[in-house]
Design a protein around this ligand. Structure first.
Ligand code: NAP
Length: 468
């Protein structure tokens, strides 16, 4: 078949400027091909970087540092960033089809998986993603977070549970060196928390943490780690995991060392790690969380667990479920309700009958589910881009593929999108706030985030020349 992109570039829209979208754009620009490509990267926020800006914990500068690599990609000038535009509201699939030859959805997984136990809707019961968004200064969550609990439960044994437990148990002053916004500092500063309990439903050899993140727990000032020797059960599968998997071995060693070494330093806050405890009910009074009922679990030999019928009620006033993120359905596309992904084959989006939808692709967590570290998203993007390029002769060419057309459409609709130059202005502004705060205070702050969306847009648009 002839190549429709012999005389003009292949026009591609990518929806979502988190790591998945930026990696896809980068891989597409660098891929071996016999035609030009031209990419527009749409983002619902005025700032790029998705999960790194709004999902990685503020006290993880090493992971936040991935931003530097993504910045370099977007700063090259061969990928056009269009910010503050929401797919499904400001721009629809029919627009995308008219303006582009292909589209890649990289919208991520922003919701929390449900526990489906009684009490989940009580006041004081939260999905982890919401508090993560709050402490990362996401513009669309309330500025005030209810931090009135002295005792907090975090359900789950993955890295998100560790992030939430660590941030909520740390003293606010120890987070001042990070980019946390002022309202988050003030909120954490007034928190009366004394005890944070993290609950895993399986044993210490079945944790989904990573070694670095686990060890880091012991670095928080004035926070003691509390472990329970009776939780340290290992079945055959556990022994095998410890033998065959270095990460598991390292982490089980870390935990057992913490039991042996005295951890009780008389700190004013404690972080408890419980294993073999599954949540049964969130207990309430007057509509508010007052406790969490857990059932003791027993390992079955194959790393699975079974309830023992022994129940314990923990007095807690807030419960955070960190049992995994869940994809958010994308308007006008199918959705796999069980896995929380856009149904796809190797990144090619398929319809309800399993037929490939021409020109529509997906990558990242909305493609494969919310598992794996940020870098794993690159492999995903490679597969999706490989398939897109393989399909190029089958694509339905856009009716208006000019680069001006999308901006004209947005302007006609009165949508005040932001640009890369706008982000650079906002970035500089946040760094300047950091420098001013460093001068005024005792700690060095690289950046202070701007939270309100209107303020972000105003600052970004000071840099934007009017686009016609
Ligand atoms: P995750 O790693 O999949 O962990 C989910 C945890 O929830 C597991 O311990 C799971 O236990 C538990 N769980 C699931 N359903 C449950 C239920 N009904 N009751 C009780 N417990 C339940 O998910 P995540 O923590 O959301 O992390 C997502 C990904 O992001 C991971 O790849 C993670 O490493 C990554 N991440 C990395 C960092 C970092 O700092 N490096 C930070 C955050 C996230 P079972 O094992 O028994 O199912």
């Amino acid at each position: 078949m002839s190549n429709p992109f012999e005389h003009r570039p292949l026009r591609v829209a990518i929806i979502g400027a988190g790591p998945a979208g930026v990696y896809a754009a980068d891989i597409l620009t660098k891929a071996e091909r016999e035609f030009e490509v031209s990419i527009d990267l749409y983002e619902q926020h005025p700032a790029p970087y998705g999960l790194i800006r709004y999902g990685v914990a503020p006290d993880h500068p090493r992971i936040k540092g991935i931003v530097n690599a993504l910045h370099k990609v977007l700063d090259r000038g061969d990928i056009r960033f269009i910010g503050d535009v929401t797919y499904g509201r400001d721009i629809l699939l029919s627009d995308i089809r008219a303006l582009y030859d292909a589209v890649i959805f990289a919208t991520g997984a922003n919701d929390d998986a449900a526990l489906n136990i009684p009490g989940e809707d009580l006041e004081g019961s939260f999905g982890a993603s919401r508090v993560v968004s709050w402490y990362d200064g996401h513009p669309d969550v309330p500025r005030e977070w209810p931090l009135d609990a002295k005792e907090i439960a975090v359900i789950g044994n993955g890295n998100v549970a560790l992030d939430v437990a660590r941030v909520l148990s740390k003293h606010a002053d120890d987070l001042l060196v990070t980019e946390i916004p002022e309202n988050v500092y003030e909120g954490l500063k007034s928190s009366p928390v004394t005890d944070v309990h993290v609950f895993g439903r399986r044993g210490p050899a079945q944790i989904k943490f990573t070694p670095l993140e686990l060890r880091e727990l012991s670095h928080s000032r004035d926070v003691d780690i509390v472990l329970y020797p009776e939780d340290f059960e290992f079945d055959e599968a556990s022994d095998e995991a410890i033998r065959s998997n270095n990460q598991v071995k390292t982490m089980v060693n870390t935990l057992t060392n913490w039991i042996v070494e005295e951890q009780d330093t008389g700190a004013s806050r404690r972080l408890h790690l419980h294993f073999l405890q599954a949540p049964v009910e969130i207990l309430g009074e007057d509509g508010k969380v007052v406790g969490l009922r857990m059932e003791r679990q027993e390992l079955q030999g194959d790393a699975s667990v079974k309830g023992t019928g022994e129940f314990t009620d923990y007095p807690v006033q807030a419960v955070y479920r960190a049992i995994g993120y869940f994809g958010t359905p994308v308007p006008e596309l199918g959705f796999d309700e069980r896995r929380g992904v856009i149904p796809n084959e190797g990144g090619r989006v398929v319809d309800a009958e399993g037929a490939v939808v021409p020109g529509v692709y997906t990558t990242g967590w909305i493609k494969r589910g919310p598992v794996g570290l940020i870098g794993h998203t690159k492999g995903d993007a490679l597969e999706t881009i490989g398939n897109l390029l393989e399909d190029h002769t089958e694509l339905v060419p856009a009716s208006d593929p000019s680069e001006d057309a999308p901006l004209r459409l947005l302007n006609e609709r009165g949508i005040e999108f932001t640009t890369w130059e706008g982000w650079l202005a906002l970035d500089a502004h946040e760094r300047a706030l950091g420098a001013a705060a460093s001068e005024a205070g005792e700690v060095q702050r690289e950046r202070v985030k701007v939270v309100p969306r209107e303020e972000m847009v105003d600052i970004a648009r000071t840099a934007d020349a009017p686009v016609h």
